[in-house]
Design a protein around this ligand. Sequence first.
Ligand SMILES: Cc1cc2nc3c(=O)[nH]c(=O)nc-3n(C[C@H](O)[C@H](O)[C@H](O)COP(=O)(O)OP(=O)(O)OC[C@H]3O[C@@H](n4cnc5c(N)ncnc54)[C@H](O)[C@@H]3O)c2cc1C
Length: 472
Amino acid sequence: MYKSNNYKETSSTQGLSRDHTWQALCQQPIWDICVVGGGATGLGTALDAASRGFSVVLAEAEDFASGASSRSSKMLHGGVRYLQQLDFSLVKEALHERATVLANAPHVSRILPFVIPCENLAHAAFYGSGLKLYDLLAGQHNVGRSHYIPSKNISEQASALKASAHGIQYFDGLFDDARLAQSIARSARQRGAVLMNYCHAEMDGQTDDDTDLISLKRKDTSAQHTLRARCTIFATGAWSGERVAVARGSHIVLSDIGLASGVLVPKTPDGRVLYMLPWLGHTLIGTTDIGVSNPDYSDTAPQDDIDWLLRTASHALKKQLDASQITASFVGYRPLVRIPGSDKSSSQFSRAHLVERIGERTLRVVGGKWTTYRRMAQDALDAAIEHGILPKGKPCITDQLVLSPNPLLDNAWLTQGQWSDQELQKFVKSAVDDEAACSSEDILYRRLRTGFTDQSLTRALQPKVDQFLKTF
Ligand SMILES: Cc1cc2nc3c(=O)[nH]c(=O)nc-3n(C[C@H](O)[C@H](O)[C@H](O)COP(=O)(O)OP(=O)(O)OC[C@H]3O[C@@H](n4cnc5c(N)ncnc54)[C@H](O)[C@@H]3O)c2cc1C
């Protein structure tokens, strides 16, 4: 199996646009806000700040969304399973945000019907009533009413599923996480934010005149700069030290097995939840939830995780899956807010987010979900204003802000595998010029998405992409 997380043999470019970005970043004497981390949370924070009229710079140590934010299960959801934890306010907030993303980023998200296959009427009644509560919590933001469906309708929507007597249908959102990240970045840049990838940031003290000093180091050129910011917001996900518990989630991707709907298996033989989703012309199956000490993106999905996913999905399907059907696999590391002294397993940790002040002019925003990135950003900025770090009078507007698409790259997956050299060259150029991609990994995984759907296609495309990169 090709290593999706250890993609080292790539050539890179130092695109002109990145040099301009670096110059802009070095020239400004003082920034209102410096955001550290360019995943969903950091990019959302940069967009919120820029759209309120603050000057904002963001530094991402690797590529944008190269951490958890390109490795999620792609669901915009309130979290049906969090109902069991009775955390209704968390579910309600996420359902509101689900509707906001669907409205503001329709080019990379859509409503997806899900089915829950049920063995008997008692199960159908149990899940049916839980999902009625889910609908109720969504209120006016609901995207479709859950209802009972008989066996015949289940097989129409998910022909690969084993016949089951009863089912419940409900509705959630499906999205393309790395493309949404690019869309947020693009929207932030359009409002003046300066976003620099492959740039490590570290707090380097304070000045006497109320600014933080943040030292930046470019990975590609080793150039260094110390900038000054009135407020620093750390959005470093699983790299937030003691504050987070890190949980590994593995996914496998197969050629479409016959799913028009998503499938939720709410109780697998060992008590976990399993999702199967139609995604970019493939079937995505996930996920595991295993506590680990550190994120390690040089790792591929462990064989145990892959075996568990194959075995557990096969229980629900007409035909057993086998490893030869897998076209890609990947891991992601969830940054879960650590509850001190808790002996809970990571799957029981809350998906709530936390904004905390960690210095005179410094905040951290962590936890939450992709679905709630916008709310996390809003809370971080509001907290900076409430603490008096930033001036009052600039309210959040991102709930009404339609995100900016890049139709060329957003839609590239529709013809995946049939790209002419000319088309591929156009994609590479847009990825470099418009989205600050530096290497064939950046392009094939997080701009075009083939790395996460079809690793043998990715292997075939890589030499061409490397060749095109040399021409820019
Ligand atoms: C397996 C899995 C499945 C998931 N499924 C879903 C789902 O279906 N729906 C949903 O809503 N959510 C889901 N999530 C949760 C969601 O993906 C995360 O909550 C979200 O992506 C976290 O974003 P983040 O920006 O906080 O972290 P990250 O995306 O990890 O970003 C943090 C960034 O900070 C950078 N960084 C760290 N230190 C520094 C430094 N010193 N200087 C500069 N940069 C630095 C890192 O390089 C990284 O890019 C899932 C998560 C996982 C792992």
